[in-house]
Design a protein around this ligand. Structure first.
Ligand SMILES: NC(=O)c1ccc[n+]([C@@H]2O[C@H](COP(=O)([O-])OP(=O)(O)OC[C@H]3O[C@@H](n4cnc5c(N)ncnc54)[C@H](O)[C@@H]3O)[C@@H](O)[C@H]2O)c1
Ligand SMILES: O=C(O)[C@H](O)COP(=O)(O)O
Length: 528
């Protein structure tokens, strides 16, 4: 297997580097300290990039990263990742969605308390200015105040739970969740944004996108209570920064706790000149625990993606995670392997890839087809094929891809057959999953089998006459090849097929020897 290059663009915990460096087939490029323009000069031959919020995955980055297969955002927010640009280039964009949740929640709580008591500012007054002024720093209590939570996901919901334990009344606004997610916690759910604007404290925990950018601006601040306190530990720009500045300056907003800015690093931002604000330099995810967890997950997922095995937490897949039941996952993997096996048995130009589906699994025909096409084309194609561009690549090559739903006649609960039609013949591989995730190949070109889709295998079709097995085993023995398993399938028309699983790699000359056997119809070597 070719060595894969993984470039680390932003600082990650050392544990992540250790995991990457331990793999023989992975070449790690440490670009953490490189200026961004230098990074673009060396990213051209990298397979996977690990990034954080300091690296924009934009047009410039993607144009320079001409060999990139995947990008792993070592964190949650992907507002600085051009996902459309990634999709257009067949690059899978992935993130690490929950490893920093608690870190961000706890920083939000710190800012909430900071907004109530101004202690970071009082600290500076005493420590830096050496002024003992107890009257200047009167605060307010959280208890019995209303907290408006915009965005009730992983972070927002946990902030709400903690704030409730401080005696706060919670009002949550999130049109994308069922109201019960909030009301079951004894909190109020609203679809009227004005209810949020009427709160004493407001905190925001949405992603940054077209809909949420400037969600709080001049008009919204004008509607707020005098002396409102605002927190933003999500993304700069969700609160319009000019409006926030004006509101703080006029005193309409009593205090703000801000971790994130529209443009970072923000060392010269006008908000920094104000007295009634506490700022942190995007520290939400920066706890030792969270960074260690994120780095481990990012490194493991980057390795998986570099090897083409899987793309955990992929954001631009054609199938949404919520539409993918657990029972579908082993079928997706199996179908990809079946496509990969069929491609290794094939020697001719592919005309079409067809999936025949039996059982309830047929409901996911389109997704299964995508994975089958990835498997069938990744062996034979010079272009990188993945779940994003599979259909497009097939079409470009003039290969038809489709699925058909069949009645259940084979006796399996679910069965999938991938048929590769070439300009000379057709290869069909059937598979099923036993129990929760026991994948099995149950047929090749109509010959019945039952073997795991894993390992090195010789597939041998022959005239069904006595003595064939002895001849095959004798050739393998002469070459010192150990047989791990031998499966035989018998078909109609006096033919038989053998799948011989072996322990070591098979040299081409052994396949040539087997091919010379009088009874041999065809023989191929495949690795799954
Ligand atoms: N400061 C930091 O270091 C830091 C750390 C982690 C996350 N974040 C930011 O916090 C954000 C939230 O993280 P999360 O893990 O809670 O994500 P999440 O996906 O679990 O939750 C986001 C919630 O926002 C809701 N939402 C989306 N659009 C909305 C809208 N228009 N109005 C109201 N609600 C809306 C969604 O329905 C979802 O429930 C991330 O996108 C990231 O930008 C910042
Ligand atoms: O979205 C996130 O995960 C946070 O904002 C953290 O960003 P960072 O990885 O740049 O600290």
């Amino acid at each position: 297997m070719r060595t894969k290059k993984i470039i680390v663009c932003d600082a990650i915990h050392e544990k992540g580097f250790e995991i990457l460096r331990a793999e023989k087939d992975i070449d790690v490029v440490d670009a953490v300290k490189l200026p961004k323009d230098e990074l673009l000069k060396i990213i051209g031959d990298c397979d996977v990039a690990i990034t954080r919020s300091s690296t924009d995955v934009d047009e410039k980055f993607l144009n320079a990263a001409s060999n990139l297969k995947a990008i792993v955002r070592a964190g949650v927010g992907v507002d600085n990742v051009d996902q459309e640009g990634c999709s257009r280039r067949g690059i899978i964009a992935m993130n690490v969605p929950t490893a920093n949740t608690i870190a961000a929640v706890e920083l939000t709580m710190a800012h909430l308390l900071g907004c109530a008591r101004s202690f970071p500012n009082a600290n500076n007054h005493l420590k830096i200015d050496r002024i003992w002024n107890r009257e200047k720093w009167y605060g307010v209590e959280l208890a019995e105040k209303r907290l408006g939570v915009i965005g009730f996901g992983n972070i927002g919901s946990r902030v709400a739970i903690r704030a409730k334990s401080f005696g706060m009344e919670i009002v949550a606004y999130d049109p994308y969740i069922p109201a019960s997610k909030v009301t079951d916690l004894g909190m109020s759910y609203t679809t009227n944004f004005d209810d949020i604007l009427a709160c004493d404290f407001i905190t925001i925990h949405t992603p940054k996108n077209k809909e949420t950018l400037n969600m709080i601006s001049h008009d919204e601040i004008a509607k707020m209570k005098d002396g409102v306190r605002l927190i933003n530990c999500a993304r700069g720009g969700l609160y319009n920064e000019e409006a926030l500045h004006a509101g703080l300056k006029s005193g309409k907003i009593a205090f703000a706790g801000i971790d994130v800015f529209s443009k970072e690093p923000a060392t010269n931002h006008p908000l920094l000149d104000l007295e009634n604000i506490c700022v942190t330099p995007h520290l939400g995810a920066n706890t030792l625990e969270s960074q260690e967890k994120i780095a481990i997950q990012a490194a493991e997922n980057a390795i998986s993606a570099a090897r083409g095995i899987s793309y955990p937490n992929a954001l631009n897949l054609p199938i949404k995670a919520e539409d993918m039941p657990a029972s579908l996952k082993p079928y997706l993997e199996l179908v990809q392997k079946m496509g990969f096996l069929a491609a290794q048995l094939n020697r001719s130009a592919i005309k079409s890839i067809r999936l025949e589906l039996e059982g309830d699994i047929a409901e996911f025909g389109k997704s299964l087809l995508t994975f089958g096409v990835v498997g069938a084309l990744s062996e034979t194609n010079e272009t990188t094929v993945n779940y994003v561009n599979a259909e497009f690549v097939a079409k470009e090559k003039g290969i038809e891809s489709k699925f058909e739903v069949l009645g259940s006649t084979s006796g399996y609960k679910n069965k999938v057959t991938l048929v590769l039609v070439t300009d000379k013949d057709a290869i069909s591989i059937s598979g099923t999953v036993f129990g929760e995730d026991e994948q099995r190949i149950v047929g090749i070109n109509g010959f019945k089998f039952d073997f795991k889709p894993k390992g090195k295998m010789i597939i041998f079709k022959n005239n069904d006459v006595p003595g064939v097995i002895a001849k095959i085993t004798s050739i393998l023995a002469q070459e010192g090849i150990n047989i791990a398993d031998f499966r035989l399938g018998r078909g109609a028309h006096q033919f038989a097929m053998a799948v011989i699983l072996v322990d070591t790699d098979i040299d081409k000359k052994i396949i040539t020897e087997l091919n010379k056997l009088e009874t041999c119809v065809w023989v191929e070597y495949a690795v799954l």
